[in-house]
Every structure is written in structure tokens, then in C-alpha cells.
Ligand binder design. Sequence first.
Ligand code: LFR
Length: 463
Amino acid sequence: MAGRVGTAELTLDEVHRFPNRPVRTGGTLHWDILGLYRGVLDGLRACGPVASVGVDSWAVDYGLLDADGRLLGNPVHYRDDRTSGMAEQAATKLAPSALYAATGLQTLPFNTVYQLMAAQGTAALGAARRLLLIPDLIAYWLTGEAGTELTNASTTQLLDPRTGTWSRDVADALGIDLSLFPPLRRPGDPAGLLLPEVLAETGLEGDIPVTAVGSHDTASAVVGVPAREGESFAYICTGTWSLVGLELDAPVLTEDSRRANFTNELGIDGTVRYLRNVMGLWLLQECLRDWGEPGLGPLLRAAAQLPGLRSVVDAGDAAFIAPGRMPDRIAEACRATGQPVPESRAATLRCILDSLALAHRRTVRDAQRLSGRSVDVVHIVGGGARNALLCQLTADALGLPVVAGPAEAAALGNTLVQARAHGLIGDREQMRHLLCTTQELTTYEPSGDLTAWDLAAARIGAA
Ligand code: LFR
């Protein structure tokens, strides 16, 4: 994405797009990280002259480097099942309440901590001298400089969200070597210059800085939420996941919050992303893959015509994390809760979107209760902002207006943080004002009856 920022200008141009397809070898699901890096180089070449580069990606995953700075194997995908049982094993060494009090992180089976525990005793971890989270690894290849960007570090379950520094006690209790992580850096910090070999590959010239951004895509997406000044808002960052929550000034580390599995990830400027992961459009993407990638448009139109809330599944259930057989797994979940099994592809799609809306509602409500903050409007950003049915259903389920857009919030947030570091824009209010005045947004007003949603929630024990 090439971003352009001026006093009254904020545009994105998609200059290059490449697929991100995981590869299974030897029973392990990997990222094709060199293929992704090649896509980054191709994108930079297609961009032409740039003033700055910022890298963001999904969270928690990492590459290991040996003593020569060489990559030790392809990074393992967080959807690989190597971490099954690790959270339980961690609990025998450190009480879950102590882990939460120290890190504020939701338990997801793939948190970096559990991945590192699963890797203990492997040759690769034994040979590793450095660990780089995915965007930091890309930045390292671009610049030769290693750092650990803070917003993404906050997803490792090794960081104290109150201080923004590593939690030594947690690392010691779980046997994790913190010296593998290079020093922390913050969004806006300089992260080096493009190496001569990168300039040669991409045709770029001169000193081109890489600037640390909210390198966790969700941190960048929250920067890209077009909230108006003084607005009480919740956000839903939709894509493969739906990340549903609030922007707070301080973490919520209570036992209630832990039991509700809410996370306190860090945002820019000392903010906390208080949220919970909902399975997201992954459910839909995996069905499409299973069906041989039919066009989504006609299926969505058919789904919109069907009666709503016939069957719903718990879109917060970690049982849906692994890839494969998604239509069957959804059918099984409906059967297990005594609901009709969706009888067509459109019906399966409708079940997914109703279920996501229901999970969005539950999570926004939980976030308000646990933080003591009330919400007047919900912003949907990311790819799901283009899905009118999902936006309308979310508004209906919550009984609140939904403002949808921008779909490319993460790329916009990434661009804005770089622009600020280079003196083109001021504080967060200004960034959001620029988003409000330049981006196309659609408002969905709630319609229908909330009781139908209450009844559907009760059917899956998610009232
Ligand atoms: C979204 C995201 C989520 C994180 C998940 C795994 O792309 O970054 O925030 O929980 O991917 O890294």
C-alpha cells in the first residue's frame, strides 16, 4: 500500500497484492516467510520513490535467527496444533490468575509464550540467538537492524501492560529466555534505513527510513478507527479475526476480566486495546476454500434473503481455530446444540454472519461491563466493513448504530503513525479527524427486535 498524507489528504493506493498461503511439511503448518518477503520487495519496487516504510502483520508468531543472523527454519503458523495442552502446562508452573495479573493477556492457545514452551528442547530453539516477531523480521531483512516493536510485543504474554516492559517473573516461571528478544522500540521510533541490497532489488534510491508503526495489524487498525472527538465508541476490527473492544488509558486486570478472557494489548501513545478475539471471517474464508472458492457476491445476496437466526454457533469458540472441514464443523456445532443444520451454502453463510453478529454483541457488552465504560456507537473497520449484511446484523444485535469503514484501517493507521513520526500530522485526535474527513463511511442504524437475539444467544449458552 502506498499512502499519501497531507493537511487535508489521506489516500491509499494498492500497488501490489500477493497471496499468503501456509504450507504444511513434516506435520507442521508453516508460513512461507521468504515468499512473503519477496512480495514485500515486489511491492516496494511497484511503489516507486517513498519517504518512509512501515511494516505491520498479524501478531504472536516469530522467526528464530542463529548466531550469524540467519533464519532457522520457516516460522510456525499460530494455527498449528503444537501448542495444544501448553496453557494447562503453564498453569502448573504459574497460576492463571498470577499470569493474568502480570500480563493482562487473554488465553489463546497460540500466544507466543505457549509456542515457546512447545518449542522447548527443539534443535532450532537451542541454536537460536535471537527471536524476531514477524513484522520485526521483515524490518530486519530490510534494514539489518533488529528490534521488538511494543504493540506486537504485548501479544507475547511476556509483557507487563502497566509498564510496557518485559515481565521477568513470568519468563522465569515458564522457562523463557528473554535475552532472545532484541530491545523494545515504540511506534514512531526510527527502525533503520533500507539496505543497499534492498535498494538494488527494488530500484529505490537514497536514504529511505523504515519507521516503527503499530506493527501488530490490530494496533494499526485501531489507529485507523474514524472516531469523532469525545465519542464513546467500541471498535470491531474485522478480517480473518474480529477483534472487538475498547480503547482505554489503562489495563483492566481484574479476576472478572480474566474469567471473561479479555486481553490488554498495547496501542500507540500508551493506550490499551481492551478486547477479545472472535473467530471472524475465517469461518467464512474456510467454507469458501472447502467449496472450491465460489464467488462470494451471489452467496451473500442469497444469505441476506434467508430468515435470520435459524441456527447460530459460538463464534468465540477456540474449537474453530484449526483449518479444514469448516462447513462440516459448523453443521456439527448446530446439531450438538439441537438446532437445524444449515441445508445450503447460503444457509451456512447466514449462520456464520448471524453468529458473528451475536459474538460481536456479546463482546461489546462484556467490554462495557468489565471496564465500566458505556458505548454509543460501534465502528467496524477492516475487510468486514465491506460486508453490508454483517454490519447491519451487528447493528441489529447490539441495538446501536454501526459506522462501517475504512476497510483498510490497518494500512491507514500504519501510514498515519509514519506520517506523524515525520512531522506531517499531530496527535491522535488529528489523525482521527483526518480519517473522518477523508474516508468514505457508511452508517447502519439498528432495526428489528432485540429479543430474537437474546433467544438465539440462549440456544448456545452465550446469553
Ligand atoms: C489479526 C491478528 C489478531 C491476533 C491474530 C493472531 O490479524 O493479528 O489480532 O490475535 O491475528 O496473530
